[in-house]
Design a protein around this ligand. Structure first.
Ligand SMILES: Cc1cc2nc3c(=O)[nH]c(=O)nc-3n(C[C@H](O)[C@H](O)[C@H](O)COP(=O)(O)OP(=O)(O)OC[C@H]3O[C@@H](n4cnc5c(N)ncnc54)[C@H](O)[C@@H]3O)c2cc1C
Length: 426
């Protein structure tokens, strides 16, 4: 790592701990790195292999357009963190971020005044490049879109999408170089306790890891892991979500190559979304939030495409997503769906994560319940966790580097009333 810490705090003498992080997705990997950079002795325990949960199954988008000012600040920090990747991890690494923007199309049922207030709040939280666009501006900037039924839009060009594997692999490798121990294929099954809290975590193999602090980053398994450790009951619902993949026809399409190369994440007024699958390829990724009942988290079931959710039956959900997007992005009507994948969201009742000390086990921190935004959140999560370890208690505000200021962490406490719902969820 060439750059010593984008605002990272130096370790404080006498305050280095043995920390066990449970779960090797992005939250666990980036937290392991940041805790190692702060001077702690960290062991990351992953039940399968790195990225075996939602991190590998994500739409992987990153946006700063949120309805909670703390999350706006946090996501600005994350965009900067990902932009500095090569500087932090080395020039030979790939940048994990493509900043192609987010365009939220809004329909006639939307109140423009309240969305304008939201944009104003985002600007006041430092998101300078977010703007409200009228249909004529949308037509001018995105001429391949059909704006029938669109009343206005919000647009932020510095939003985009990420490469999850780059994030968890590079972070784990850098943490290992700083002395962290990365254990894979050995799940945490229980914990031993003393008067302070957890004294060691016990793995499936029988191995015991002495721990001053334990961090639960087990994603959709977060509530289950808390139970195994004797922690509080966490209000997390694992929910199945699906992504659909298509390839745009190379001939006879309305969108020019230049516009296609710059294609942003487009969210229709109905909530379906589309982006390029990866830079430099003709692939497209489509998705939409839908109602679903919670499931018991399961590795096998993550990838099961249940009847009705695929792309084969006439009535399958994939086709309704495809049709909705085709209404606004006409070239998509000609692009047939090729495949479908699935994974799990881990929703809390207010769709904000839980980043908080446990209420029953003193030295247990949870960083779980990220709904559909845990991937983009990972540097912010790691930052909060690191400062909580330094304080050894919940913190009200997290200090971000340079121009990002401070962000309120109270919306992420375990003990909150879960009534301030995050409105911008896709
Ligand atoms: C279809 C879909 C689209 C999404 N789109 C976006 C998006 O556009 N942007 C975004 O930011 N987020 C998105 N998300 C959400 C995002 O992927 C997750 O919030 C994020 O990956 C969570 O990362 P994590 O590290 O917290 O959890 P995970 O990646 O799920 O990692 C948890 C890990 O814990 C391990 N584990 C479980 N139990 C144990 C145990 N007992 N012992 C040890 N290890 C254990 C698991 O094996 C797993 O590897 C999407 C998710 C899905 C499914």
């Amino acid at each position: 790592m060439k750059k010593n810490g984008f605002g990272m705090f130096p370790p404080q003498a006498g305050k280095t701990y043995n920390i066990t992080v449970i779960g090797g997705g992005v939250s666990g990997a980036v937290s392991t790195l940041e805790l190692s950079r702060a001077g702690h002795r960290v062991t990351l325990v992953e039940g399968k292999t790195l990225g075996s949960g939602s991190s590998q199954r994500s739409a992987a988008c990153i946006r700063q357009q949120f309805s909670n000012p703390s999350t706006v600040r946090g996501m600005r920090f994350c965009v900067e963190y990902f932009k500095l990747w090569k500087e932090i991890f080395g020039e030979d690494k790939q940048s994990p971020i493509t900043q192609s923007g987010y365009l939220f199309l809004k329909g006639w049922e939307q109140n423009m005044g309240s969305v304008a207030n939201l944009v104003e709040m985002q600007k006041q939280s430092g998101l300078d490049d977010v703007e409200l666009l009228m249909p004529e501006q949308i037509n001018e900037r995105f001429p391949y879109l059909d704006t029938t039924g669109v009343k206005f839009a919000t647009w932020c060009p510095s939003d985009g999408f990420l490469s999850p594997v780059t994030i968890y692999q590079d972070s784990a490798e850098a943490a290992r170089n700083l002395g962290a121990d990365i254990i894979q294929n050995d799940a945490v099954v229980s914990a031993e306790h003393d008067s302070v809290g957890i004294s060691c975590v016990v793995l499936e193999s029988g191995r015991k890891i002495k721990s001053d602090v334990v961090v639960n980053t087990a994603g959709a398994w977060g509530a289950e892991v808390s139970q195994r450790l004797g922690g509080a009951t966490l209000q997390i619902s694992p929910l199945k979500r699906y992504l659909y993949f298509a390839v745009l026809k190379s001939e006879g399409r309305l969108i020019s190559q230049d516009y296609f190369d710059a294609l942003p994440m487009v969210i229709t007024p109905y909530g379906s979304y589309i982006r390029r699958e990866s830079p430099g390829t003709p692939g497209l990724m489509l998705g939409k939030l839908h109602h679903t009942d919670p499931i018991v988290p399961s590795y096998e079931f993550q990838d099961v495409i249940e009847a009705g959710m695929g792309i084969h039956g006439l009535n399958d959900y994939g086709f309704s997503v495809h049709r909705e997007i085709g209404q606004f992005f006409m070239d998509v009507q000609e692009a047939s769906l090729r495949s479908v994948s699935s994974g799990m969201y881990a929703d809390t009742p207010d769709l904000n994560p839980i980043i908080s000390f446990d209420t029953q086990v003193k030295n247990l921190i949870h960083a779980v319940g990220f709904s559909g935004h845990g991937l983009m959140h990972s540097p912010f999560t790691a930052r909060i966790v690191t400062q909580m370890v330094e304080a050894m208690s919940n913190i009200e505000q997290v200090v971000l580097p340079e121009s990002f200021g401070k962000a309120d962490v109270r919306p992420y406490y375990l003990e909150r009333d879960y009534s301030s719902k995050e409105d911008l969820v896709i």
